[in-house]
Design a protein around this ligand. Structure first.
Ligand SMILES: C[S@@+](CC[C@H](N)C(=O)[O-])C[C@H]1O[C@@H](n2cnc3c(N)ncnc32)[C@H](O)[C@@H]1O
Length: 265
């Protein structure tokens, strides 16, 4: 029998989902943005959230804990990630826990529930769909699952930097988060990105996460959303002259930016 090696380096001891949540996600900020975007066009209080590509479903937990009537359903394909979500992010409060669920489901498959107030796809996860027909199928499935006068929100990164190969380290408390764009193909916009984590003892969790994506442009996504049936699309932009996200029809480009698209049924 082989003995399992005891983790010695900080990288070996770390949990990649904890590191991801601490470096990439701010669930309260995402919830507040969704409330802001929704409130711009609808006086109703949004309650039912579907988080697509939910990963550890941290945002679902934040959502149900923010109001006693709120429900959240997270959809993801990966069983180990969903098991982690259930073990770590199911709300401790039993009442809130009944309103939180994660399900193993391909987001291309329509859900039986069709009265969501908000469906979100964050951290660019929809970029796994590289073909226009597949993206349209996804957007149609989202459209079907929304209640009337409800909102689908997704984020997008762009600007010239999005097409360069680069490695961007950023300090997060006691470790370093590293975003790497390892490949970008100008013909089909295929891009390969990695997240690495580095630690004070010089150990590294190399390629903790890898994303094989197509980098979509904002006008392409708007066109496909319109074809999928969305009646109105807001682009929320945070430019140099802006103090936070505002709705814009046109903007000055930046080296790199993150915008949000709110598509209304
Ligand atoms: C970048 S992570 C998402 C993390 C989280 N949404 C966030 O905001 O940080 C991408 C997730 O999408 C999931 N995924 C990829 N393709 C999927 C599909 N077709 N249906 C559902 N989940 C999918 C992966 O299993 C992975 O957990």
């Amino acid at each position: 029998m082989t003995k399992r090696k005891r983790p010695t380096t900080l990288a070996e001891q770390a949990d990649k989902h904890i590191l991801y949540q601490r470096s990439v996600q701010d669930a309260a900020a995402s919830r507040e943005l969704m409330e802001h975007f929704f409130g711009a066009r609808n006086a109703r209080h949004p309650n039912a959230l579907r988080e697509d590509f939910c990963g550890t479903a941290l945002l679902c937990a934040e959502w149900v804990q923010s109001h006693p009537q709120r429900t959240a359903t997270g959809l993801d394909l990966d069983p180990p990630t969903l098991a982690w979500a259930r073990a770590h992010n199911r709300p401790r409060d039993p009442q809130a826990a009944t309103r939180w669920q994660v399900r193993r489901q391909n987001v291309l498959t329509p859900t039986a529930q069709i009265d969501f107030d908000i469906i979100c796809a964050f951290n660019f996860s929809y970029s796994v769909f590289k073909q226009r027909t597949v993206m349209r199928q996804y957007f149609e499935a989202v459209h079907r699952a929304l209640a009337p006068d409800s909102m689908f929100v997704l984020d997008l990164y762009g600007g010239p930097d999005a097409q360069f190969l680069l490695t961007e380290p950023r300090d997060v408390d006691d470790f370093e988060y590293v975003w790497e764009q390892a490949r970008f193909d100008p013909i089909n916009h295929d891009t390969l990105c990695h997240i690495h984590f580095r630690f004070a003892d010089n150990s590294e969790m190399h390629e903790a996460f890898t994303y094989d994506w197509r980098h979509w442009t904002l006008p392409e996504l708007k066109d496909i959303l319109t074809e999928a049936g969305f009646r109105h699309i807001d682009v929320w932009w945070d430019g140099e002259e802006d103090d936070g996200y505002v709705i814009r029809e046109s903007a000055t480009n930046l080296e790199s930016w993150i915008a949000y698209i709110a598509a209304w049924k």
